[in-house]
Write a protein that binds this ligand. Structure first.
Ligand code: PMP
Length: 296
């Protein structure tokens, strides 16, 4: 992925894609002192860019470092990197990390870096195909207790168990894995939040030890706009026997129906289909009303 055309925003400069390199003694590489974002642009506009940028800065603060760029600077840089790579529909990946001045667990005074890459990642728009649903494995790894890991930070280190879980799932032919939390409650997929439906009511796990995704919150708003009843609560895995629909959602996954989680089967239905369509409509850029149009 490192040898291609294009440019990457790197500490304030646009550099050629293949030249966006780090030293091997970078603290972020050895000790996972790195935080990142995943954003999607639709029709040239990054969906909820400001929220992503604020989360990026908040993730860094949780790891004890301050990204040396303001929200406005980062927003502008994300838009510039998209435009510089001639992308209209694409994925944007900002990442911030501690540099290489000191090697050791402590790196109080290491420089803080920020890079932003963007690449093409078309949204999978065929709803009929998507509605068949994907198959998830039940992961062996559990989301940690917030007293064990900084669960609210989108920190690189928290993805170690996600990669392990996803690799294990892929080896068994599954698309992804559903992780439980340290107590045994249903938590989330390896890069997306999860929702269920039973008797017309939507159920989703309380995000008390994993990311409360921006897509998750968007889907909750969309569900409320539709007038659906929605409950955030702790869900035991055995309850999946009685839950009839399931979908995962995230910036990359958007709203993706699930047909199977280990031994549990689901049939994507009306609520999943409606929210999938509502989400795809919601992310499209709308023409802002000009003051003249507003007063007309
Ligand atoms: N959980 C995890 C572990 C993720 O990586 C993501 C993707 N960022 C999400 C949930 C969904 O978050 P969002 O909707 O903000 O992309």
């Amino acid at each position: 992925f490192d040898q291609r055309d294009g440019v990457i925003w790197f500490d304030g400069e646009m550099v050629a894609w293949a030249d966006a390199k780090l030293h091997v003694l970078t603290h972020g590489l050895h000790y996972a002192s790195a935080v990142f974002e995943g954003e999607r642009a639709y029709g040239g506009r990054i969906f909820k860019l400001d929220e992503h940028t604020r989360r990026l800065r908040a993730s860094a603060e949780i790891l004890g470092f301050d990204i040396p760029y303001s929200v406005e600077d980062i927003n502008r840089a994300c838009e510039e990197v998209l435009a510089a790579n001639h992308l209209v529909d694409g994925y944007v990946r900002p990442i911030a990390w501690r540099g290489s001045e000191m090697m050791g667990v402590s790196a109080q005074h290491n420089s803080i870096h920020l890079a932003i890459a963007a690449w093409e990642w078309p949204s999978y728009f065929d709803p009929a195909q998507r509605l068949k649903g994907i198959r998830l494995d039940l992961a062996q790894w559990r989301r940690p207790d917030p007293a064990t890991a900084p669960a609210k930070s989108k920190a690189a280190g928290l993805y170690m168990i996600c990669t392990l879980s996803k690799h294990a799932a892929e080896r068994k032919g599954y698309a992804d894995a559903l992780m439980l939390d340290w107590r045994g409650y249903v938590a989330e997929a390896t890069g997306a939040n999860v929702f269920f439906v039973k008797d017309g009511v939507i159920h989703t796990p309380t995000p008390d030890c994993f990311l409360d995704g921006i897509t998750r919150r968007t889907v909750i708003d969309l569900a409320r706009r539709r007038g659906y009843e929605l409950i955030e609560r702790h869900i035991m895995p055995e309850e999946m026997n009685d839950l009839s629909e399931c979908f995962i959602c995230g910036t990359a996954a958007e709203v993706t129906p699930v047909s199977e989680i280990g031994p549990y089967g689901f049939v994507p239905g009306e609520i999943t289909k409606t929210l999938m369509e509502d989400y795809l409509a919601e992310v499209q850029p709308r023409a802002e009303m000009s003051p003249m149009a507003a007063s007309a």
